[in-house]
Ligand binder design. Structure first.
Ligand SMILES: Cc1cc2nc3c(=O)[nH]c(=O)nc-3n(C[C@H](O)[C@H](O)[C@H](O)COP(=O)(O)OP(=O)(O)OC[C@H]3O[C@@H](n4cnc5c(N)ncnc54)[C@H](O)[C@@H]3O)c2cc1C
Length: 412
């Protein structure tokens, strides 16, 4: 098979991939292709028709398709090659990319591979809810795509499990489409979505949120008939005797997202146990030289604005690599303890300023994020509120880094 040579092959045409392509082009890299499995680029934003996108980047509240369109149009204007309906099915550590396309299999040899495949939703199987297997159980993203892209209404009486942003947004969407949302059920003692979504999607529509509760059974033969909801203790275990039954025809699961990492694994990219995405250095390069990652495939973001910024940052480093410029070696590990859910990048050089992105593991007031090397605090930032739903971005200046010793990030 003819192998097509490319400077950069971008896997996935969502906001991260589109932003990376544009920045590469700006940096003088022309021989690029974006491979996208759907009919159109734009990624998950195509189905997010609510507004709230672009506030950081454009200082405007755009819908998902509007935000994506700004990048899609620019990619067209810049004549960047895009192949849609092309599913990448193979990636090797020497950067050979195999894609299944309408014209058959295609193979590319890339100087740089950019991983921007986004993430997938956790399903009922991932959280093992017992009970029957009737129709009417959907993940939030699938429900969203039925309603917003295919114009198919999915049910009338709905219970939502999980108070992540997608679940909250679907509570409002289903209400606006005429369904009755009986309750949003959350296992944690705090909501997992952004405060603005709790206000605008639940409180504005009088939809009750039950914290420290979970769905413990599903009933129904052909179609869902009811779900059982129980209180949970501090360990997340259902408390016997607290069961309550909700008659409903639809259960929406919004129980977390996982980076789409099969291709990364094929290429020998090391994954991080907490982010579940690749381990990267300050250039967003993985352990496989020339393979970079950004966006939700790297770690799940709260706002798309930061996804685009990350795609651009990646492209700046990737462009240098393509031009043969040698970067600093990242030898300082960045680690956390139980107070932080995850941190990116996980390795830095200490030779330049670096932005650390992180999520705390539980909400608190008047907390501080501390970075330390050994016993020495090298950076401390105070926050009125810390919330796991919000990603925090902290700039660490090179003067603050004391040595090549590990940097530990904790909530103080
Ligand atoms: C329901 C929902 C609501 C949201 N609401 C907001 C909000 O209000 N404000 C906000 O800022 N953000 C919001 N977000 C988050 C934002 O949409 C994401 O952070 C952003 O889209 C992630 O961009 P990405 O490019 O990393 O991934 P994606 O947008 O997921 O793009 C990945 C692309 O890769 C393609 N792909 C995957 N695998 C392959 C393969 N093997 N071959 C070829 N192509 C492949 C996919 O088809 C997809 O197009 C929301 C997300 C969801 C799901």
């Amino acid at each position: 098979m003819n192998i097509i040579k490319k400077d950069a092959v971008i896997l996935g045409g969502g906001p991260a991939g589109l932003a990376a392509a544009l920045k590469l082009k700006e940096k003088g890299i022309d021989n690029i292709i974006i491979l996208e499995r759907e009919k159109k680029t734009g990624g998950i934003l195509r189905q997010c028709i609510h507004d709230g996108f672009g506030i950081v980047r454009f200082k405007e509240a755009l819908s998902g398709p509007e935000y994506a369109d700004r990048f899609v149009q620019e990619v067209q204007r810049q004549n960047i090659e895009v192949q849609t309906e092309a599913t990448v099915i193979g990636l090797t550590n020497d950067k050979i990319v195999t894609a299944a396309t309408k014209e058959g299999l295609k193979k590319y040899q890339a100087k740089v591979v950019i991983l921007t495949m986004g993430c997938r939703e956790r399903t009922r199987g991932a959280i093992s809810i017992p009970g029957t297997r009737p129709a009417g159980v959907y993940t939030a993203g699938v429900a969203q795509s039925y309603i917003n892209l295919k114009n198919i209404m999915i049910g009338k009486k709905v219970v939502i499990l999980g108070s992540g942003d997608i679940g909250l947004i679907m509570a409002r969407r289903l209400t606006l489409e005429g369904a009755e949302v009986l309750a949003v059920i959350e296992k944690q003692p705090y909501p997992s979505g952004l405060p603005r979504n709790i206000e605008q999607c639940l409180n504005d529509y009088n939809i009750p949120l039950y914290l420290s509760h979970t769905v413990t059974n599903i009933q129904g033969k052909e179609r869902l008939e009811s779900v059982t909801v129980s209180k949970v203790d501090e360990k997340g275990q259902a408390i016997e005797g607290t069961e309550k039954e909700y008659n409903c025809d639809t259960l929406i699961l919004s129980v977390g997202l996982i980076p789409e990492n099969e291709l990364s694994l094929q290429a020998g990219v090391e994954l991080h146990p907490r982010t579940k995405g690749p381990i990267v250095d300050e250039n967003l390069q993985t352990n496989v030289e020339g393979i970079y990652a950004a966006g939700n495939v790297l770690h799940v973001h709260d706002l798309v604005d930061f996804v685009s910024i990350e795609g651009e940052k990646l492209a700046e480093s990737a462009a240098k690599y393509i031009k043969g410029e040698k970067g600093y070696e990242s030898i300082i590990p960045v680690t956390t303890d139980h107070t932080i859910n995850n941190v990116v990048p996980q390795k830095i050089s200490g030779e330049q300023d670096v932005e650390i992105s992180l999520r705390v593991s539980k909400p608190s007031k008047d907390g501080q994020i501390i970075m330390q090397q050994g016993n020495k605090v090298i950076m401390m930032k105070k926050f009125k509120k810390l919330n796991p739903a919000e990603m925090i971005h902290i700039k660490l200046k090179k003067e603050e880094i004391q040595s090549k010793e590990e940097i530990k990030v904790v909530v103080g």
